[in-house]
Design a protein around this ligand. Structure first.
Ligand code: TRP
Length: 443
């Protein structure tokens, strides 16, 4: 199917850059270290890695394939495919709902994501203007004040949403492709610089030992669910981002290889971020690794305020966090925008106004009430994304006719193909379902 609006990435490799820019975000740098810290360190890490390799990668390929075959946004791709296959109940009515559920999940994620994006902007601006976010009362006080200065918090959040809109507004090629191709390498460079710094001033041996020496005594179904939910979140999997980006990808590009590369890059960045943060946290033994969401916003600034060159590296760190957050936020809203363009024939500007208006309203809800924030976070990452993953796998395994995609370059062949099929037909959906069931009802 031709991508009807003619929207295709212009340069080779943009799929990798864009999908990596989407995957690498607050999830890797803010969420992963604090989840690792509160859920037993390495035990969480090993479950997380297993989820990525065994469950998520096959589903990622399935998701991107739907976009490439359908050639449209996350709702319409399913309708296009059902038209190609000949309608029947099982192929037509139900499946576009996956796309709708994805758009809804996107709103939920965008709302709390933009609050954290706003915090990041506030920290970066303060680090530049004042040289530090640590007042004489300490960084904990700064963070609590930021949360209680609701007007300022909301202003920063709206600014973050505005920056996202400025990129999205310019379209698939001039906006997304142009920016995402620059932002991803910038993230990698900043991370490596920070890691060298952290290793030289912090305590790498303790930090790395905490990350890699396994302690399975802490394991529970709750932790397994969190690790799996986080794997989905971190890979931007299960809500249609990859369907959308897959639809912008020309058919001569190797989807399988590109997906693998995105998975590897995303995991590498999460590990690098943890390798920046934990050596610093362990070098100051009065700080707690299990601080939770405030780990990056309280513990780190406190450390930066006392170590040499801390002021400069604080700016680098929050610039990194901002770039990572921004390039992911773009992808969180893109499926909904693409769906509105396809469904109502709206212009990008029109679709953007509606989407960013809604996201701002929901974001204000999250900023005002931390219960709303936490619910949005838990329900989207730990319930809706895995559910989306199950449905996507079942769709590609059982409904999508192989004739429609067998000629695609870069899909696994031979034995690898059979393994992938077994994964998407049975193994991945069963594992995800099992973890969801136990994590929600048995922990
Ligand atoms: N993966 C991003 C992160 O790690 C967040 C993100 C972007 C996302 N797009 C998404 C999460 C789509 C789920 C679905 O920060």
């Amino acid at each position: 199917m031709v991508n009807q609006s003619g929207r295709l990435w212009q340069k080779r490799g943009t799929f990798v850059m864009a999908a990596a820019a989407s995957a690498i975000g607050l999830g890797n740098i803010w969420r992963f270290p604090h989840e690792l810290g509160t859920n037993g360190g390495s035990a969480f890490l090993f479950i997380y890695l297993a989820c990525i390799a065994l469950v998520c990668l096959p589903v990622m390929l399935a998701e991107a394939l739907i976009g490439r075959v359908g050639g449209k946004g996350p709702v319409q791709s399913f309708s296009v495919i059902s038209r190609l296959q000949g309608k029947s109940f099982i192929t037509s009515s139900f499946w576009p709902l996956i796309g709708l559920m994805g758009a809804l999940t996107g709103f939920m994620i965008a709302s709390f994501y933009s609050v954290v994006g706003g915090w990041t902007l506030a920290y970066l601006l303060d680090a530049i203007v004042q040289g530090s976010t640590t007042t004489s009362e300490g960084s904990q006080v700064y963070f609590s004040k930021l949360e209680s200065r609701v007007g300022f918090e909301i202003l920063m959040m709206l600014l973050f949403i505005g920056l996202t809109a400025a990129i999205v507004y310019q379209g698939v090629v001039k906006g997304l492709e142009r920016f995402l191709r620059i932002l991803t390498p910038a993230i990698l460079i900043m991370l490596v610089v920070l890691m060298l710094y952290s290793f030289s001033v912090g305590s790498p041996s303790q930090g790395l030992a905490y990350m890699f020496s396994p302690d399975f005594s802490k394991l529970s179904w709750g932790i397994v669910l969190k690790a799996m939910g986080h794997a989905f979140f971190s890979l931007s999997l299960g809500m249609g981002v990859l369907i959308t980006f897959g639809s912008y990808t020309p058919k001569d590009q190797n989807l399988g290889q590109m997906i693998l590369l995105v998975g590897v890059l995303d995991t590498l960045v999460a590990l690098l971020a943890a390798a920046v943060i934990f050596p610093l946290v362990f070098a100051f033994d009065n700080l707690q690794v299990n601080a939770g969401p405030s780990l990056v916003f309280v513990a780190l600034p406190q450390i930066f305020s006392v170590i040499s060159w801390g002021g400069v590296f604080q700016i680098v760190f929050f610039a990194l966090l901002l770039v990572a957050a921004l390039s992911s936020m773009v992808s969180i809203v893109e499926p909904a925008i693409s769906a509105l363009e396809n469904y109502f024939g709206w212009k990008r500007a029109q679709a953007s106004h509606v989407i960013f208006g809604l996201v701002s309203a929901l974001g204000i809800g999250c900023a005002l009430d931390s219960a709303v924030f936490n619910t949005m976070d838990f329900v989207s990452a730990n319930v809706l994304l895995p559910l989306g993953g199950i449905l996507i796998a079942l769709y590609v395994g059982w409904v999508l006719k192989p004739e429609l995609y067998t000629d695609q370059v870069g899909l696994p062949t031979g034995l690898l193909r059979r393994i992938w099929m077994a994964m998407v037909c049975v193994v991945s959906p069963a594992c995800i379902g099992w973890v969801l069931y136990n994590g929600l009802f048995n922990s």
